[in-house]
Design a protein around this ligand. Structure first.
Ligand code: ATP
Ligand code: MG
Length: 259
């Protein structure tokens, strides 16, 4: 049985239907990227996977021995979270609590796990620094270490690369690949960087306001919605990632590829 199986689910807030008839599954060992327009329901789906919100129709089932408190989560960032007044060590350690931050006690094992994750993400030297004084890339590493403290099985990442420069984003992709391949952690990542998504993920869930898609990256690239999202309709003002994909965007702009 899959870690997560969603069959024909509906996501809604009172009278606002965000998504309907959504079906997909995530197996142990998968690397799923969730893409789609702003407001299409990606973060809402994350909340449902975490059990913070219930689905309004259809079924969402956890399987293969996965429990809700075994899911690591890196939430979509807000300005308030960015200015959180705690040390790096405290933020990372709070991942051991499965949600609650104001817990007075941590076990020795919790502290060892936090130290291990900080080492893995190369942030040990930042341990006593105040989280809000770090750069965006450093903060994302801290939040990733925090999420890793919460799981050995499944990581949910909601736009972990937003606002990062291309080099830091590439570095974080490499870290995720390492975590996935070497530590066997299943990854579900929400991203707006569709081209990187098809390069790094094993499968794609596209949640659109009009249409949705679930399948392999190759199937997505050949689908109508995938082709549209992957650049055929990209206009220059949407090309914030040109440094990362100069050839594709040159093509999308209707120019000859640089090669
Ligand atoms: N707590 C809430 N109460 C009511 N409506 C909400 C709530 N949270 C989100 N919404 C609405 O639900 C829809 C989906 O929001 P959601 O945050 O899931 O989108 P998203 O796909 O994550 O967008 P983005 O790419 O901008 O992060 C939006 O129309 C949003 O305004
Ligand atoms: Mg979101």
């Amino acid at each position: 049985m899959a870690y997560i199986t969603c069959r024909d689910i509906t996501l809604r807030y009172e009278s606002l239907v965000v998504q309907e008839h959504l079906s997909f599954s995530v197996e142990k060992g998968d690397y799923l990227c969730i893409v789609g327009e702003n407001g299409s329901g990606k973060s809402t789906l994350m909340k449902c996977l975490l059990g913070l919100k219930t689905v309004d129709a259809g079924t969402l089932t956890l399987g293969d021995g996965l429990k809700r408190n075994e899911i690591g989560y890196l939430p979509q960032q807000s300005q308030i979270q960015r200015s959180f007044p705690a040390s790096v060590r405290e933020v990372v350690l709070s991942g051991c609590l499965n949600g609650g931050f104001f817990h007075p006690f941590y076990t020795k094992a919790d502290k060892a796990r936090a130290a291990e994750q900080m080492e893995c993400l190369n942030i040990t030297a930042l341990a006593d620094r105040c989280y809000r004084e770090l750069s965006g890339g450093q903060q994302q590493r801290v939040l990733l270490a925090r999420a890793l403290c919460a799981t050995k099985k499944l990581l949910l990442l909601d736009e972990p690369l937003t606002g990062l420069d291309p080099l830091v984003a590439t570095e974080l992709y490499a870290i995720l690949r390492h975590i996935h391949e070497e530590h066997g952690i299943t990854i579900i990542m929400v991203t707006h960087d569709v081209e990187c998504a098809v390069r790094h993920a094993k499968s794609i869930l596209h949640i659109g306001k009009q249409e949705s898609f679930f399948g392999s990256c190759a199937e997505y690239e050949n689908s109508a919605v995938g082709k549209r999202f992957l650049g055929e309709n990209i206009t220059p003002e949407h090309c914030s990632n040109c440094e990362r994909h100069p050839h594709k965007h040159a093509h999308a702009h209707g120019k000859e590829a640089a090669e």
